[in-house]
Write a protein that binds this ligand. Structure first.
Ligand SMILES: [Zn+2]
Length: 483
């Protein structure tokens, strides 16, 4: 029979096959519409079934992909085809269809697993077009989508293996992809590789419980030496190992942090990275992963927060990460932990410009800003807090936030001081700080040290307006009405 005849028959058989497949699904499995994975997959989890296996059974499976039982014992209508034709047909099917097919029977699944390792399977399943900068957004999302579908295929093909074996199998396949390796890509800044790895991982681990996901994290740590690399970076001054910092940042963001849909997943993976370390290192890692980076070479910009006021965009991701940890309902991140994390962050690598600290607190929101300031009030640090209040007002003025918010925050913090004397010192210090900062700004303008963008004049302008609006809100409050 010629190849054309074979292909015509293939078409026919495939139509029959899908009929059978759908029927099976109705009888045998219920498809979960949200994840397109089989419900009941977890109950078939090999970790739970392991104990029922005899050592011999395990041994028999050592060379091929072990399978402990099959859904259907045969190849069905495919048995008339030589292997080559079967694989030839797979070449014409989408990854999604092949992953559906892998659930039909043990033999079909084994054949698909074999096909994955063949050169044509390799070309089909592992496209490596990660560096095409001219790619449109839709082309980029289509390669991400491809790796997400591939995740589903691998999830289904390794369904009955213990988690560690599944990971080893996946890792072995990925070893051949340089852009999936920690140091493998020559241009990590313009590479989609790690992101594809991330969406793949997201699909594979969807629905897994935390113990299993922790195994995944530990496995990735083992094969990438991530903790040792982090240790090396945090034992030295920020910026000492720029390239390694960049690799840690791109790996953690691309593979472990970026693609989660549920907030609880994001928290879980971020916690995995941070929890082994003390809060001072956690803060350093947060900055490393979410802090501002150079647009030219991607290196972490450690000087950004200390040189002068910085843009809101440079702080946003950092604030979002802290908020994420605070918002979690887990006991692992108590309010106190977050306060000390924010405290540590504001001195990385040296004390931040106070305007940046104020901007960061505003981005973090009330739930973090107030406990942070209250903890300082409890320690009696009135003068330091007063300066921070003035900067809160300045940022509200510059970034167009509601000035009433900073006045209310000042009121709440004032109430934390226990004695009237402390409250008075706090309020007096706010007025002094306003006066002092305006005088300093004026001095700078008078000295004539203008830069091209007139920053010193603009700063004075904003400060005077901030003071006026801040006091306007206080006047409204004392007159008992709102704007
Ligand atoms: Zn690459």
């Amino acid at each position: 029979m010629g190849i054309k005849d074979y292909l015509m028959q293939c078409n026919e058989y495939l139509s029959n096959f899908w009929g059978i497949n759908n029927e099976k699904n109705e009888i045998g499995f219920r498809m979960d519409p949200s994840t397109s994975t089989m419900q009941g997959e977890k109950s078939a989890s090999p970790t739970r079934n392991n104990s029922t296996l005899s050592p011999n059974e395990k041994q028999n499976c050592s060379n091929a992909m072990p399978t402990y039982f099959s859904f259907m014992p045969t190849l069905g209508d495919f048995k008339g085809f030589p292997l080559e034709i079967f694989e030839f047909m797979l070449g014409y099917l989408s990854v999604k269809d092949i992953s559906m097919m892998s659930m039909v029977s043990k033999i079909i699944r084994d054949r698909i697993i074999n096909y994955i390792s063949t050169p044509s399977g390799n070309r089909k399943f592992f496209p490596q077009d990660f560096h095409n900068q001219d790619q449109s957004d839709s082309a980029k999302s289509s390669i991400l989508q491809h790796y997400s579908s591939l995740g589903l295929l691998f999830k289904r093909c390794t369904l009955l293996l213990p988690t560690k074996e599944r990971l080893k199998y996946i890792y072995k396949r990925f070893l051949e992809i340089p852009c999936f390796q920690f140091y493998g890509c020559a241009d990590p800044l313009h590479c989609l590789g790690l992101q594809c790895y991330g969406v793949f991982l997201q699909t594979v681990t969807a629905g897994w419980d935390e113990d299993e996901c922790e195994r995944v994290f530990n496995f990735l740590c083992d094969v990438t030496s991530l903790p040792q690399r982090i240790q090396r970076v945090v034992s030295s001054k920020p910026g000492r190992f720029r390239k390694l910092e960049l690799r840690i940042r791109t790996f953690c963001r691309g593979v472990l942090l970026k693609h989660w849909i549920l907030q609880s997943d994001s928290v879980f993976w971020l916690t995995c990275i941070l929890k082994p370390w003390p809060s001072v290192i956690q803060a350093r890692l947060l900055y490393l992963m979410f802090g501002p980076a150079s647009t030219e070479d991607g290196n972490v910009d450690w000087r950004n927060m200390i040189q002068g006021p910085t843009d809101e965009n440079n702080l946003k991701e950092l604030a979002d990460a802290v908020k994420l940890l605070y918002d979690t309902e887990k006991d692992e991140w108590l309010a106190n932990d977050i306060v000390s994390l924010v405290d540590e962050l504001a001195v990385i690598p040296q004390e931040w410009h106070l305007e940046n600290s104020a901007r960061f607190l505003i981005l973090c929101g009330n739930n973090i800003c107030f406990p942070f300031m209250a903890s300082k009030a409890v320690d009696g640090r009135a003068i330091e807090l007063a300066r921070l209040v003035v900067f809160l007002a300045l940022v509200c003025e510059k970034d167009l936030y509601c000035m009433g918010w900073s006045v209310k925050m000042m009121q709440k913090v004032c109430n934390v001081f226990s004695s009237t004397t402390e409250k008075n010192v706090f309020l007096q210090s706010i007025e002094n700080a306003f006066a002092q900062m305006i005088m300093d700004a004026l001095q700078l303008v008078i000295s004539g040290e203008h830069d091209e963008e007139e920053t010193s004049f603009l700063n004075l302008f904003h400060l005077v307006n901030a003071q006026a609006n801040f006091h306007k809100e206080i006047l409204y409050l004392t007159m008992n009405y709102e704007e």
